[in-house]
Design a protein around this ligand. Structure first.
Ligand code: FE
Length: 359
């Protein structure tokens, strides 16, 4: 309690101070906060650089402002653009928090030196250790599972088991997957290098690539559509793309969703490969305390539910439920690998994918 109180007090004081600075600061970016926000009592702002763009996120920003008086200035962009922008803004960057998907991107941001370590008992207690950086430079806010999608007319569930088994000859010409330039695939391969070792991962990749139905093209949705259309029998994709198709108002999307099934691989092994979306406080954050307050807000049960449901992902905080549509995909054992390893092994993964001829 004591800690909580002093942190709140510190936040209030720093918010007041920074609120005053922000009025004259030339580095405050153009705010894109929609509508009229209530006048903050504690003052202060949070400059959020995010590659997310969901309507329900706006709702969360408003709730945060109502609870703390801190205004959220949202700057949207693609992850590489945001990382480059924070780098080039340097010491004068107004960015407080970088929010992005895939640990590979958070790792790149960390390597670029644009994040800082922060102390928060709330974050380290609520977010499992394998889903955050050792130095607390970034934290997972949602989990995403990368699974096997299959056509039940062509594949029996009992034919499926692991990612590794997809390298067996029975799958020749039957697998769709997006390109090796995609970070989700790079992270999956990095995880396999961590689990199997380099030599075995290399052999797996050779078999897997030999089984591709076509040269990689399109995103995860395109792979799922290809399974539904019969262009391939199985695909690898993130579950939230299935959630999107199910929740889509387009009848064509719903048709695709009806024609495919989700299989969670490696249930008798280390568990299904997961990745994260997450955020890190930037190295020169003018409003560091506000950024931490926002992260702490995002791990409250209410915020977790809304935040994960926005993209049909899984909450990172225990006992918070996923969206009901996501729940219909089934329960599964998730890999407990430290996601940080995907970042460390990313260059090796890219090299092995290239050597295997994965376009
Ligand atoms: Fe995605």
């Amino acid at each position: 309690m004591k800690l909580r109180f002093s942190r709140t007090l510190a936040l209030l004081v720093s918010s007041l101070m920074l609120g005053a600075i922000a009025c004259s600061a030339p580095t405050t970016p153009e705010a894109s906060t929609p509508g009229e926000s209530p006048t903050p009592e504690a003052g202060g702002v949070l400059n959020l650089y995010s590659s997310r763009h969901y309507d329900s996120d706006e709702e969360l920003y408003q709730k945060f402002t109502e609870a703390t008086g801190i205004e959220v200035n949202l700057i949207e962009g693609k992850e590489e653009e945001l990382i480059e922008r924070i780098k080039s803004e340097g010491a004068n960057s107004p960015a407080d928090l970088l929010m992005t998907v895939d640990v590979g991107n958070l790792w790149r941001a960390q390597e670029a030196g644009i994040l800082q370590s922060v102390e928060s008992e709330v974050l380290t207690e609520k977010i499992p250790a394998n889903l955050r950086d050792d130095q607390n430079q970034w934290f997972a806010l949602t989990k995403r599972a990368r699974v096997i999608i299959y056509n039940p007319d062509k594949v029996k569930e009992s034919d499926l088991s692991t990612y590794e088994a997809l390298a067996e000859p029975q799958w020749k010409g039957r697998i769709c997957i997006r390109s090796s330039s995609n970070i989700y695939n790079q992270s999956l391969v990095a995880a396999k290098i961590a689990e199997l070792g380099e030599a075995e991962a290399k052999a797996w990749l050779a078999g897997l690539v030999a089984n591709f139905a076509r040269p990689p093209e399109g995103n995860d949705t395109a792979q799922i559509q290809a399974v539904a259309a019969g262009a391939c029998d199985v695909a690898i994709a993130n579950t939230y793309y299935v959630g999107r198709l199910i929740r889509s108002e387009e009848p064509a999307d719903q048709e695709v969703a009806k024609k495919i099934r989700v299989f969670f691989p490696n249930q008798d092994e280390g568990g299904t490969h997961i990745n994260i979306s997450g955020a890190g406080v930037t190295a020169n954050a003018p409003n560091q305390e506000n950024a931490i307050a926002f992260l702490e807000f995002l791990v409250t049960p209410e915020a977790q539910e809304i935040f994960a449901a926005a993209n049909n992902e899984y909450p990172v905080v225990e006992d918070v439920a996923a969206h009901e549509v996501v729940k219909t995909l089934g329960d599964f054992k998730a890999s407990e690998l430290k996601v940080e390893e995907y970042g460390e092994l990313n260059p090796k993964a890219v090299q092995l994918m290239d050597q295997a001829g994965w376009k």
